[in-house]
Write a protein that binds this ligand. Structure first.
Ligand code: SAM
Length: 337
């Protein structure tokens, strides 16, 4: 990941957080998503008292927001505050609660991977080889290797975050690579490279992102991308197979519909707040510094063309129901030009 300093990240975060429309939307959507996430993913969901969980979630989010507001003129305090507020820290604050942990653990270990796999399943059925670029902990490519044993599976990342259990299973080849560098070519070439929630953290600078994609292109024939995407009116009219899925999502998801009614800057601010808060609080990585590179669909399309790829189809996923952390996500299938 291109190094962004922590103070740059904090300043960008508070620029977004100080947008009242973005803050209001995130407060509302986080309360809704956490409540629905707990009620859906808890191992004993039917025994839960809905009103009690709702009140615990409201307190959780309200306290976090009021703590963040209290330092909003003081961005350099962001990281020390996030460390105090995180779910996974020693001596964590008592607004976190057991039902949250139980539901989240169940979600992470049982239900998240099948939901992710479902997005890629049409393409995976046609592939002989696939590499997960920016595979992080490796759980997803490991799961693909389990479900599609005939596919040659690999993962690559600039850091080796793989868990011990994933390493022990040895179901996929792993390559340590920095795709910002031109010497990142892989020993094999793959039918497809997966880029799941990676590109918006690479750079806000289009030229850096284009070179990153060109370095990957040396080793893959196509790309399967899941990204946080912003939509202005013009984007809704682009000539891309599957563009009508945006309308379908809008009809099915009230939160996505409301998101699309906001201007692009507010959409971007919402994604910045959601991205940083979900990673630092519930997931438990409080010490994050990264560029926030959410872009409009038109911008992504142009970046891909400049990197030698065209979007052959898309499926809008929106604020996917049953995810704990919902964003404005879209699945894009890319072929080389
Ligand atoms: C937000 S995480 C997403 C991880 C995983 N794909 C997922 O969806 O859970 C981004 C991943 O990209 C990796 N990454 C960032 N910059 C990279 C680079 N220049 N080359 C290779 N991997 C990179 C990071 O180490 C991290 O594991």
């Amino acid at each position: 990941m291109k190094q962004t300093s922590k103070s740059e990240t904090a300043i960008e975060f508070f620029k977004a957080f100080n947008n009242p429309d973005a803050r209001k939307f995130v407060l509302w959507t986080m309360q809704k998503n956490y409540l629905e996430g707990i009620l859906y993913h808890h191992p004993n969901a039917s025994t839960l008292d809905h009103e009690a969980i709702k009140s615990k979630v409201q307190i959780l989010i309200k306290v976090i927001f009021s703590e963040l507001l209290s330092i909003s003129d003081n961005p350099e305090s962001l990281y020390s505050l996030l460390i105090q507020l995180g779910r996974k820290v020693d001596n964590r604050q008592d607004f976190w609660f057991q039902e949250f942990d139980e539901a989240y653990d169940n979600y992470k270990s049982q239900s998240k991977l099948p939901i992710m796999l479902d997005i890629f399943s049409n393409q995976l059925a046609t592939l002989n080889s696939v590499i997960d670029i920016g595979c992080g902990g490796g759980d997803f490519i490991n799961f693909i290797a389990q479900k599609y044993p005939k596919i040659q599976a690999a993962g690559a990342d600039v850091l080796d975050w793989r868990s011990q259990s994933v390493q022990d299973e040895q179901l996929f080849d792993f390559y340590l690579r920095d795709f910002n560098k031109s010497d990142s070519e892989l020993p094999d070439s793959y039918d497809a490279g997966i880029l799941h929630a990676v590109l918006h953290h690479i750079s806000s600078d289009d030229a850096v992102l284009i070179s990153y994609l060109q370095n990957i292109a040396v080793s893959v024939n196509s790309l399967l991308v899941v990204e946080d995407i912003l939509y202005a009116q013009d984007d809704l009219k682009l000539d891309i197979k599957g563009i009508e899925s945006i309308d379908t999502c809008r009809k099915e998801q009230g939160d996505f519909n409301q998101f699309l009614e906001l201007d692009i800057n507010t959409q971007r601010d919402i994604i910045i707040i959601l991205d940083l808060l979900s990673n630092s609080l519930a997931i438990g990585v409080p010490d994050m510094n990264f560029p926030f590179g959410a872009r409009r669909l038109t911008d992504w399309k142009n970046i891909f063309i400049n990197a030698g790829f065209k979007i052959t189809s898309m499926k809008c996923l929106g604020f996917q129901p049953n995810l704990f952390h919902r964003m404005s996500q879209t699945y894009l299938v890319l072929e080389k030009l």
